[in-house]
Design a protein around this ligand. Structure first.
Ligand code: SAH
Ligand code: SF4
Ligand code: F3S
Length: 483
């Protein structure tokens, strides 16, 4: 086994130093007293998350740090003493919605002047947005970007020691956000735990804001990832979701030569009956070696999220995706050949600047060829500062909506047909929780990612059971336990 303790990363600044982490722990200790003093009772914290799984995982760390500072999770926003919104900048409407929600927090602050309201996450990496928040929402006292998540104790400390407002945004533009190891994590309940294997993105797809708000791509050390995976399994989780904007390029910049396939092999070798999922795979970096590993694996789910974005080579070029329709389809057919049971999900952007109806038809035909299990569809939203935002975009929004609806209708038909075709099949299911719709039923997830609900007694969340599919609906199955 390689000794990573003695090795240096190529970019040492990518990791938060031990001294810096010690300083934060010290601040967290001080804050415990200061918070009780300010609130008059153990403080209750509410963290609301917008955006992707990466943000969800960051929020688990924020909550972990707040609990470390003596907070209890609040049952709802109204009774919270600390409210933090972890924001997303991916599309404009998310931004508009967020700002109106922040406006509403004013009333809560008036009712409880001791309350601390903060904003963090991707939107807080955009200068214009931060300016607007500073001007319009004086009751927002804490604003910080994605690069200083680990510094929450110190930022909060400054506020508790009397500063009016603490803002820490956009340090290190064009750099990697530093990796902070050993942060406390308050994981969400359930059977699945997220594990971030890398941060940031280097791909600069022309429509996308992520590289600007999350900085350069940087991978965690494999030993740190394995340590966390072991912790997750020891806590009783049965599914590990590996996270990164482009997991297929894992390993860049690490001293030890390692790629995503090798990392998966090491996680898979850990003891226990558990599942591994990952997102997101970028088609340009998805290798046949990776597909071979998934095909052989008993733990890695045969269900791959492989966002295509568009089926037209012209649009893919403009998007800077760096693969062709043919390459994408060749990956899909290779995977189907190796794993007859494989399912795919995808993301599609409709109405990219200059997308013609013919381009759109290419996307539609690609979807019909792949037959996705489900797709996440978005109408293109211009993001200031990205390359696509300055491309001519003559297609009216109404036409884009029409295309979107056409695509969704086609997908519904595919899902209904394919789900019905599974009726009678037996699936291995990880039980998640009681069904919300049927008394006495449980719901769980098949390896292919589909939710299945079934009547069940004496079955616990976290159990693996065999379920026969009795009904394939559009977005889930119904089934019965196989004894
Ligand atoms: N790293 C992932 C995607 C992260 S963002 C990948 O490369 O696939 C999630 C999805 O949001 C993207 O796949 C894309 O479909 C969508 N998206 C990103 N920017 C967008 C924009 N400006 N307008 C509309 N959808 C967008
Ligand atoms: Fe955005 Fe492209 Fe990076 Fe995904 S790979 S986060 S779409 S820039
Ligand atoms: Fe949104 Fe940031 Fe994720 S912009 S999609 S929360 S990386």
């Amino acid at each position: 086994m390689l000794n990573t303790q003695t090795k240096q990363r190529e970019d040492a600044s990518a990791v938060v130093s031990r001294e810096e982490m010690m300083r934060q722990w010290e601040m967290a200790g001080q804050n415990r007293q200061l918070l009780i003093h300010r609130m008059g009772h153990p403080p209750r914290a509410w963290v609301k998350t917008f955006g992707c799984q990466g943000n969800v995982a960051d929020s688990e760390k924020i909550m972990g740090m707040l609990i470390d500072m003596g907070c209890e999770p609040a049952l709802d926003e109204k009774q919270a003493d600390i409210i933090l919104y972890n924001t997303c900048a991916i599309r404009e409407n998310a931004q508009v919605r967020l700002l109106s929600m922040v406006g509403e927090l004013k009333r809560l602050k008036q009712a409880n002047p001791n309350m601390i309201i903060g904003l963090c996450g991707c939107m807080m990496q955009q200068e214009a947005v931060v300016r607007q928040i500073r001007n319009s929402f004086p009751f927002v006292e804490l604003i910080f970007g994605t690069h200083v998540l680990h510094r929450l104790p110190q930022l909060l400390n400054r506020l508790l020691c009397g500063e009016h407002r603490v803002v820490d945004c956009f340090e290190g533009e064009g750099r990697a956000n530093p990796i902070a190891e050993h942060l406390p994590i308050r994981r969400t309940d359930g059977v699945q735990a997220s594990l971030q294997i890398m941060y940031g993105c280097d791909n600069f797809c022309s429509y996308c804001i992520v590289p600007y708000v999350r900085g350069r791509e940087v991978s965690r050390e494999p030993d740190q990832i394995l340590r966390e995976a072991k912790e997750i399994l020891a806590m009783g989780y049965k599914e590990i979701l590996l996270l990164g904007q482009n997991v297929n390029s894992y390993g860049k910049g690490l001293a030890e030569p390692i790629n995503f396939t090798e990392l998966l092999r090491r996680i898979e070798a850990l003891d226990g009956d558990f599942r591994i999922r990952f997102m997101t795979s970028h088609p340009k970096d998805c290798t046949r070696e990776l597909i071979d590993l998934i095909a052989q694996s008993k733990k890695i789910c045969h269900n791959i999220h492989l966002p295509v974005q568009s089926g037209s080579d012209r649009v893919l070029g403009q998007m800077n995706r760096r693969y062709t329709r043919e390459h994408y389809l060749s990956l899909i057919s290779y995977a189907k050949e190796k794993m007859p049971d494989v399912t795919f999900t995808t993301d599609i952007i409709v109405g990219f600047p200059g997308e013609t109806y013919e381009d759109f038809l290419q996307t539609l035909s690609l979807c019909q060829e792949v037959r996705y299990q489900c797709m996440f569809t978005f109408i293109y939203s211009p993001r200031p500062g990205t390359r696509a935002a300055s491309m001519p975009d003559p297609v009216p929004y109404k036409e884009k909506t029409k295309r979107l609806n056409e695509l969704i209708a086609a997908q519904h038909q595919i899902s209904e047909e394919d789900n019905r075709a599974r009726e009678g099949c037996i699936e291995r299911v990880l039980v998640e929780k009681p069904s919300e719709h049927h008394e006495g039923w449980m719901s769980g997830r098949c390896e292919n990612g589909m939710i299945v609900t079934f009547p069940a007694e004496k079955v616990q969340p976290g159990d693996f059971v065999q379920v026969r599919i009795t009904r394939g609906l559009r977005s889930e199955y119904e089934g019965e336990l196989v004894k």
